[in-house]
Design a protein around this ligand. Structure first.
Ligand code: GLT
Ligand code: MN
Ligand code: MN
Length: 389
């Protein structure tokens, strides 16, 4: 049945090959699902109604494959894309699975590893561009330490910067139309990962040679692992013009990287993420970087993928309702009222304005006593989400 919550291409829902292709291996247990081929995954994504598929180089091409094998695999993959109409909006490099990257890639102390990481990334960028990707993600999964005796953190930042500057220049030199999106994570698989939050990434981008080419790819679970508010990080990235991509999933605070189905844990926070993206008119992919529970077979994986998209669309509809709800809007108007037209004396500094502000008298007690009605506002939000109002 086609309804309001049926995914359509214009919703730009994407999944990584590694997400629905996740075989359910964890540190304590073997795979529970047989591995699908990339072509099979593309067909499964088309079946559930996704718009696009993202990939690491080695999700598609085995590490060390000969050029002829690579070309054959790419040809088959492109045929599957053509047959299904799926696109590849984002690509990335696997710089974490191979044992050679056990102490990082761009931040490794070993220059041979750093050079190999550049080589692997340049090849993977070419693959991504060949498949049509416009965003290239850098998740530094192994760029970190277990002991701070092992790496100088300042050198590590300099090495990471040098690698990104090198790769930006490479992209420009090749004439590729590609932007980079940096994805932060506080820990796992390393004890600590450098640049652990989206805010840290945003600060770092300003120090690069081509800052306009580089933005961020915030992930719900990663900010929440650090105990932080995801909506605020997304908002900061957006306000800085740096929200190039987004990884949607869910997560209980303080746990390991759970990568659960979008909206499955923190429903209210998921609602405000969707509301934010829709309100500001974010045009990029809605990428679900999540996977099905280890208890599932491939029917369960499809239910998982459909659930991510359906929940997003339900929350999108709730956001539209929230924006039109008379009670909520009346409260918001009161909350944002400009009593005494004080906002007219705020703004950019000038001497007259400073003198004006200094000369005013403010009723501090009345300001402190004023109730803000956020309890009512939040309860109205909860009831709207629960379908009561
Ligand atoms: C890995 C990680 C994700 C990253 C992917 C991109 S791979 O699954 O947990 O958060 O987005 O490299
Ligand atoms: Mn994650
Ligand atoms: Mn991610």
């Amino acid at each position: 049945m086609v309804d309001l919550f049926t995914p359509k291409p214009e919703h730009k829902f994407t999944f990584g090959l590694w997400t629905v292709g996740n075989v359910g291996r964890d540190p304590f247990g073997e795979p529970v699902r047989v591995k699908l081929t990339p072509v099979e995954i593309v067909h499964m994504l088309a079946e559930v109604g996704a718009y696009g598929v993202n990939l690491h180089d080695n999700d598609l091409i085995p590490i060390g494959a000969a050029p002829a094998e690579r070309d054959k695999i790419v040809e088959g993959f492109k045929r599957a894309l053509k047959d299904t109409g799926l696109v590849v909006p984002m690509a990335t490099t696997n710089l974490f699975s191979d044992p050679s990257f056990k102490d990082g890639a761009f931040t490794s102390n070993d220059p041979r590893v750093r050079a190999y990481a550049l080589q692997k990334t340049m090849n993977a960028i070419e693959l991504g561009v060949e498949l049509g990707a416009e965003v290239y993600v850098f998740w530094g999964g192994r760029e970190g330490t277990e002991t701070d005796a092992s790496k100088n953190p300042v050198d590590s930042l300099k090495r990471f910067r040098e690698a990104l500057n090198f790769l930006c220049a490479y992209v420009i030199d090749q004439g590729f139309d590609l932007k980079f999106a940096l994805e932060a994570k506080p820990n796992e698989p390393r004890g600590d990962i450098f640049l652990p939050t989206t805010g840290a990434m945003l600060g770092f981008i300003g120090s690069l040679d081509y800052p306009e080419m580089v933005g961020v790819n915030p992930e719900v679970a990663h900010e929440q692992m650090a105990g932080l508010n995801f909506v605020h990080h997304v908002a900061q990235a957006w306000e800085a013009g740096k929200l190039f991509h987004i990884d949607l999933n869910d997560q209980a605070f303080g746990r390991y990287d759970q990568d659960f189905r979008f909206g499955s844990v923190n429903l209210k926070s998921s609602f405000f993420v969707v509301k934010f993206l829709e309100d500001v008119g974010y045009q990029g992919s809605r990428h679900f970087d999540a996977h099905a529970y280890r208890t599932e077979d491939y029917d369960g994986v499809k239910a998982f993928a459909r659930g991510c998209m359906r929940t997003y669309l339900i929350l999108k509809e709730k956001a539209a309702k929230w924006n039109q709800d008379p009670e909520i809007q009346t409260l918001l108007a009161e909350i944002n009222s400009d009593q005494d037209h004080i906002s007219s004396i705020l703004g950019t500094y000038n001497a007259a304005r400073a003198a004006d502000i200094k000369a005013r008298s403010f009723n501090r007690e009345a300001l402190g006593k004023r109730g803000l009605a956020y309890e009512r506002l939040d309860q109205l939000t909860v009831e709207l989400l629960l379908g009561v109002n």
